[in-house]
Design a protein around this ligand. Sequence first.
Ligand SMILES: C[S@@+](CC[C@H](N)C(=O)[O-])C[C@H]1O[C@@H](n2cnc3c(N)ncnc32)[C@H](O)[C@@H]1O
Length: 218
Amino acid sequence: MNQEHNAATFFNSFAETFDTIYDQKRNPFMRWIDGKFRSDMFLRYALTFEKLEPMAGRTVLDVGCGSGPYIVEAFRRGAERVTGLDPAPNMLTLVRQRLAQAGVAENRCTLMEGLFPGTSVEPHDYAIVMGVMDYVEDASSFLKALRPVVRRLAVLSFPSTHWFRTPFRKVRYDLRNCPVYFYDDARIQTLCKGAGFSEVRIQKIPGAGMDYHVSLRP
Ligand SMILES: C[S@@+](CC[C@H](N)C(=O)[O-])C[C@H]1O[C@@H](n2cnc3c(N)ncnc32)[C@H](O)[C@@H]1O
């Protein structure tokens, strides 16, 4: 079994818990932890929609869509059609619930269970890849497969190395049999240019500072 399958198995069992981070459904202590150490998740969400303008009438591919917070927001901002891809079926169940709650017509959203690369997807105007590169063993192949399916802009997060947090995160995920990978600015540039993207913009998210937010033009 390759490492991506391990990540898929882990996220399938962790789906409900992961989803509570977004909806602030956790107990006060965990909410404090999330506010302090997971602020990146909220900042990258805001930055993503700042970059993906205009959204009205666009098609969006969300790779590693998880429980679907980006899918629902893309529709709220006027996306015409969204494809969500994730290997964890429990995550996709949560997406269906979110879409129903938001009143989005089912035929506007295609949900695909599978890994990227490895699942055939059509080109979309925008691609969102948030919180996924952390679990991708072969980032170069991933990015090379991504470029032809993006027409206008792709936004991705890449985790950076942090002297204090990285070793803890690595041990925590290794114990869950879900290896994590880390990047620096130069490596992101090399990987993205090597995949044929014409423009690579890298922004370090402030605060907890663990993520790079990257915009790529094909
Ligand atoms: C940390 S969650 C992020 C979910 C969502 N993008 C978000 O930001 O809320 C990572 C998700 O990526 C999925 N994933 C991991 N490796 C993947 C791959 N190679 N292709 C597609 N999805 C993947 C996992 O199943 C999981 O749902």
